[in-house]
Design a protein around this ligand. Structure first.
Ligand code: ZN
Length: 186
């Protein structure tokens, strides 16, 4: 069997992230508020937004800390993977979800990990670094599940920003979240 950690080409843009776009910082700030300090390395979440973070939740293959909605979405997504692709489910690892910090490629803006709405995943011993125009086969097999659950795949980021181990709740999903929040308030 081919290895899930093998590097393969990133699919054409039109084959991924259909109807989904990367979540903009302005949207994240508007819907969820300031997550904490714009630090280089991970810092603690602060402010009212912190109440929405669930810490150390088992989502199936591993435990994560992240936004309530994101954590629940990961549970549902991995439950489906468990049924349909058990080999992938058993081998997938995470490099983390919540991490309040600036983007590596733009220190003036927050990474979407800051709100616990992004996850980095990998197979085998090594992650694929940002900027590498390839993806691990296992991540490739998982991207349709993430897309179906409203997560945008960072393999579509252009140039040096390409980040094939990274998924984040899409702009469209965050905007739906905003509608849900408003309904709750009524
Ligand atoms: Zn990431």
């Amino acid at each position: 069997m081919e290895n899930l950690q093998d590097l393969i080409p990133i699919p054409a843009k039109e084959l991924m992230n259909k109807g989904l776009s990367a979540a903009r910082e302005s949207t994240m700030l508007r819907v969820l508020g300031k997550p904490g300090a714009l630090s280089r390395d991970c810092s603690d979440p602060t402010g009212p937004f912190k109440k929405r973070i669930k810490f150390g939740v088992n989502v199936g293959p591993f435990k994560v800390s992240g936004l309530d909605y994101a954590v629940e979405s990961l549970k549902q997504l991995f439950d489906q993977v468990k049924q349909e692709k058990p080999d992938v489910y058993n081998a997938v690892k995470t490099e983390g979800v919540l991490c309040v910090r600036a983007r590596r490629t733009n220190p003036a803006r927050y990474s979407n990990h800051s709100w616990g709405t992004a996850i980095d995943i990998y197979f085998g011993r090594k992650t694929v670094a940002q900027g590498v125009q390839q993806t691990q086969r296992g991540v490739y097999l998982l991207f349709p599940y993430f897309n179906n659950h409203g997560w945008y795949w960072g393999a579509e980021f252009s140039g040096d920003s390409v980040d094939s181990m990274h998924f984040e709740l899409a702009e469209e999903t965050i905007l739906k979240l905003k509608q849900l929040q408003q309904l709750k308030k009524k």
